[in-house]
Each structure stands twice: as C-alpha cells, then as structure tokens.
Write a protein that binds this ligand. Structure first.
Ligand code: HEM
Ligand code: HEM
Length: 190
C-alpha cells in the first residue's frame, strides 16, 4: 500500500505525484503572471518571494521523490502498449523529472547571479543563501534566466503531452493507467 509494486503505484508515489503536479502547475502560472507585473506593483515583491519559496519546496520534494523512486520498483506499463509508445512514455517521465530539478536550480542561479542581490526569505521564515557564482555574474544571470524561461516553456509542452497521454489511456484505450495514479486499490488490483 505504501510502496510501489510492479503492478501499481503505492500511496507515497501517488501523494508525491499529485502534490507536485499541483505545485508545479501553480508555479508555472505564478511565474508567468508575476514577470508581467509592472515593477511598481505593490504585490510584485511578495509574489516573487512566494515563487522562490514554493520553488525550494518543489526542489526538496524532487530530491525525496527521486530517492523514493530509486528504492521502489516502477510499475510496468500496459503489456499491450507498443514498444515505441513505452519509449516515449519513459522519455517523457525522464524529461519531467529533469525539469523538476532544472527549473528550481536555474531559478536559484538567477537570483544568485542577479546584480540586485535580493535575498530569498523562504516563507518569511529564514534566508536561503545564494549559490556561489564564479566569473561574470551578468553573463551567468542572462544564461540562467534563459534556461529558466525556456525550460518553463518546455515543461509546459511536456505536461500538455503527459496529460493528453493520460487522457488517451483513460478515454480511448480505456486501461488502468490513470486509475492507478489515483488510487492505491486500483493499482494493486490490476
Ligand atoms: C517548480 C519550480 C519553478 C517553476 C515551474 C518556475 C517557473 C517560472 C516561470 C514560468 C517564470 C516566468 C518566466 C518568464 O516568462 O520570464 C519564472 C520566473 C522567475 N523565477 Fe521561477 N520557477 C520555479 C522555481 C524558481 C525558483 C526556486 C526560483 C528562485 C529561487 C525562481 C526564480 C524566478 C525568478 C527570479 C523569475 C523572474 C524571471 C527571471 O529573472 O528569469 N523560480 N519562473
Ligand atoms: C493533471 C495533470 C496530470 C495528470 C492527469 C497526470 C497523470 C499521470 C499518470 C496517469 C501517470 C502514471 C503513468 C504510468 O502508470 O506509468 C503519471 C506519472 C507521472 N507523472 Fe503525471 N500527471 C499530471 C501532471 C504531472 C505533472 C505536472 C508532472 C511533473 C511536472 C508529472 C510527472 C509525472 C511523472 C514523473 C510520472 C512517472 C511516475 C513517477 O515516477 O512518479 N505529472 N502521471
């Protein structure tokens, strides 16, 4: 029930999946919204701090989730799925994992290299130190900012494909793929 089996996801993987899906989709929306605010907007500072704070939660969860995934068996994809489709699914999941790290890390690099030197106070509780940035900080910021922005666009595409695939399994192939990411019972009865 807690751990995965070869047939389905356990409670921990399901909880990680949906908590992080919610946080990451919210962060994409918040990021795109806050960068469009005028600098004079009275809420901009607080929204950036919130974005950075939740970003560190996502990074922490990503580390724990990856560790959990490595000590668990991964449920097998449906046996009747063509090999190429399984390949695409694995590639997509790997890409999603990669972006769960790349987005927070590139964001952290943006604020660390920024000439403004604005501290990150995580949920108003403690200050997160900046990453050491050797060399040209200006160049590092431009690079990190591009990685963060285009990484976010790429992640949106990945999520769109991922959700479309989940719906295709559920409504067209009518298999257990979506159900086993929703309920432990289904995942183990399959
Ligand atoms: C799940 C993790 C994250 C997601 C999905 C995410 C997403 C985004 C998005 C969509 C934007 C708007 C990009 C644009 O149009 O320019 C943005 C901007 C930004 N994010 Fe994040 N972000 C994440 C984590 C972080 C973290 C951890 C930090 C810093 C500690 C951070 C700092 C920033 C900053 C400073 C900007 C302003 C734009 C820039 O200077 O590049 N983000 N983020
Ligand atoms: C409403 C949105 C979403 C739906 C309907 C959905 C659905 C699913 C389903 C059905 C699976 C199981 C696939 C299988 O059995 O192999 C899955 C796995 C997965 N999903 Fe999502 N998902 C959503 C959002 C997201 C988001 C936003 C992310 C990350 C950015 C994500 C990352 C993953 C990963 C990495 C896996 C592989 C299993 C694991 O290692 O945890 N999903 N998703």
């Amino acid at each position: 029930m807690i751990k995965n089996t070869r047939l389905g996801y356990g409670a921990v993987a399901i909880l990680f999946h949906w908590t992080m899906a919610l946080l990451i989709i919210g962060m994409l929306g918040l990021g795109l919204y806050m960068v469009r605010l005028p600098q004079s907007d009275p809420n901009a500072f607080a929204l950036f701090q919130l974005h950075k704070s939740i970003g560190f939660v996502v990074l922490t969860l990503a580390v724990l989730r990856l560790a959990w995934r490595l000590v668990n068996p991964s449920p097998k994809l449906p046996a009747d799925m063509p090999v190429w489709e399984k390949g695409v699914a694995h590639l997509g999941h790997t890409g999603l994992y990669a972006m769960m790290f790349l987005l927070p890390l590139s964001g952290w690099l943006v604020v660390s290299a920024s000439p403004w030197g604005i501290p990150t106070i995580v949920f108003n509780l403690f200050e997160m130190p900046h990453l050491p940035v050797p060399g040209d900080k200006g160049q590092a910021e431009v690079f990190a900012s591009a990685v963060h922005e285009y990484g976010a666009y790429f992640l949106i595409l990945l999520i769109a494909g991922h959700v479309a695939a989940a719906f295709k399994h559920h409504f067209i192939a009518r298999d257990e793929t979506l159900k086993r990411m929703v309920s432990v019972r289904t995942s183990h009865a399959a």
